[in-house]
Write a protein of this length. Sequence first.
Length: 549
Amino acid sequence: MSAADTNKNVTYDGDENKSEDVALVDMGQDLLTPTSTIIAYTEMLLEYVEQDPSCEDFIPDLDKMLYAGRQLSDLIRQLFAKKPSPDGVADMEAFTSTIRHDLRTPINAIIGYGEMLLEDMDEVSQQEACTDLQKILTSARRLLTLIGDLVYFSKTEPSQKALDDESVINPTLMDDVVQSIHQADDHLQTVIQDASLLVVDDKESNRDLLSRRLDRQGFNVEVAENGRQALEMIRKYDYDLVLLDIIMPEMNGYQVLAEIKKDSDLMNIPVIMISALDEIDSVVRCIEMGAEDYLQKPFNQVILKAKISASLERRRLRANERAVLQSLQAEQEKSEKLLLNILPGPIADRLKKGERTIADSFSEVTVLFSDLVGFTELSTGISPVDLVEKLNEIFLAFDILAELHGLEKIKTIGDAYMLVGGLPTPRPDHIEAVAEMALDMFEAIERINQQNNSNFHIRVGIHTGSVVAGVIGKNKFNYDLWGDAVNVASRMESHGVPGRIQISERAYLRVKDKFIFEKRGIISVKGKGEMMTYFLNGRTHKSKASKLS
C-alpha cells in the first residue's frame, strides 16, 4: 500500500491492512527508543546532581524533564496501542493531529529545560553531566524528526520540492541559519530594554519554560493561564508583545487574537502565535487575523529571540511612524487654521484642490467699512505696544461678531475694518446680516469703552452692489474685492458722521421695513455725484436684538 493511499481512512480488514497496522506499531517502537534514552540519562543525571551539593539548584528542572519523559512514554504507548473503531476504520488525520500536538508538548519541556541546564552547567567541572544533557537533547530532537515522519505517513508521498522545503530542512542548514541570527544580538539589546511581554499558555510547563527563557534574555515577563485572563491583563497593563498559544480550553488563541485585533485600544499590540501544530493553514490563518508572527513548539531559542526582537523593532518603528504622522497632522491642522485666518473656507478648499486662479463675480453683495474716529491723533500719544493692544481688542471683538453673523472679514487697513455679506457663499439676507453686524459693532465699542475707561468712536458705511472677488498674491495670499460697490461703501464711511451708520439708498430700500432709519438727505460723493443716504439707528423688533446681548 502506498503512502498516498493513507490520505484516506485506513481499514484494518485483510492482509493489506494488517501490514499497515504493523507499520504503525514499528513507528511506535521507533518513538519509544529515544524516549527511553531520555528517561535513562535524566535518571542518571538526577543521581549525579543529588550527590553534588553544588548542583542542588539543577534538581527541580531535572525532575520536570523526567516527568515530561515519562509522560511522553505513556502517550506513545497509548497512541499506538489504540484499537480501530468498531466499524474497522481508523481516522489517520485525527491520529496524526494528536501526534503533532500532544507529543510535542512534553518534548518542548525536555528541550527547553535541557537547554537552560546546559547553559548553567560548567563545561569543565561538570563535563560528564553536560555530555549526558547533550545526549538527551539529541534524542529529543530525533523524536521531532520521527514525529515529522509520522505526519508524512498520513499524507501523500512528498515530492522532491517538498523534501527541499524549509519544513524538512536538514539540521546542518538550520544551524547555519541560527548562527547567522546571532550576529544581530548587539542590536537586540537596545530593543529588549524595558520591553514587557505576556506569555499565554494553559500548560504550566510551557509557561514556566518560556517565561524563564525570556527572563534570561532580559525581558520583563508576565504569564496568563488562559485566554480570558490574558485579555483582562492586556486591557489593564501595557504590554509590548504577547506570545499566545493557539490550543487552549474555553477560549483558544484564535479567539483571543480576534478580540485583541477588533479592539481599537489593543489592536496595535504585536502578537506572536505559538503552537505545536505545524499546519500551513494554521500559520496563514494567524497572519491573516493580524498576528505578527508564528512559532512552532518546541522552538529554537535563538530563533525565538530573533523573532521577538524583530516584532518589538517593528512595533517601535510603527510607533515612531504614528508619532510622525500625528505631528504632520498637527502641523497640517495649524497650516489649515492659518490659511482659514487669511482666506474664506470655501476659497481655501479650492486652493488646496489645485485651483491657481480664483476670481468670481457676484451680482449683489453688501460691503461694510468702519473707521475709528480720531485714532491717528490718539496713536501719537501712546506707545506702539499700547496702540497694537487697543486695536487688537477692538478688531478681535469685530471678528467674533463677523463669525456670529456669518459674514466674511476681508481685511484691516490701519484702523479701518472691511467686511462683506453674500460671498463667497451667496445668501439672500446679506443686507440684513450686515445691518445687524453694524449695530452690534457700536454696542461692542461701547462695552470696550466702559471696561477700559476709554472714549473710542467709529463711523460705518454700507452699500449693496456687484463685485468681483478673488485671490491675489503668491507667497502671501489675500482675498480681496473689486468693483463699484466697494468704492461706494468706502465713500459711505468716509463721508459719514462719527458715531453713525450711513447706508446707501439702494441698501436702504431693501431693508427699510426691518430697521429704524433716519433720512440724512443728499450728499455729494466723490466719483458718484449726489447720492441719497440714510442713517441706520436701530432694529424694529426686539427679536432682532444683538447676538451678544
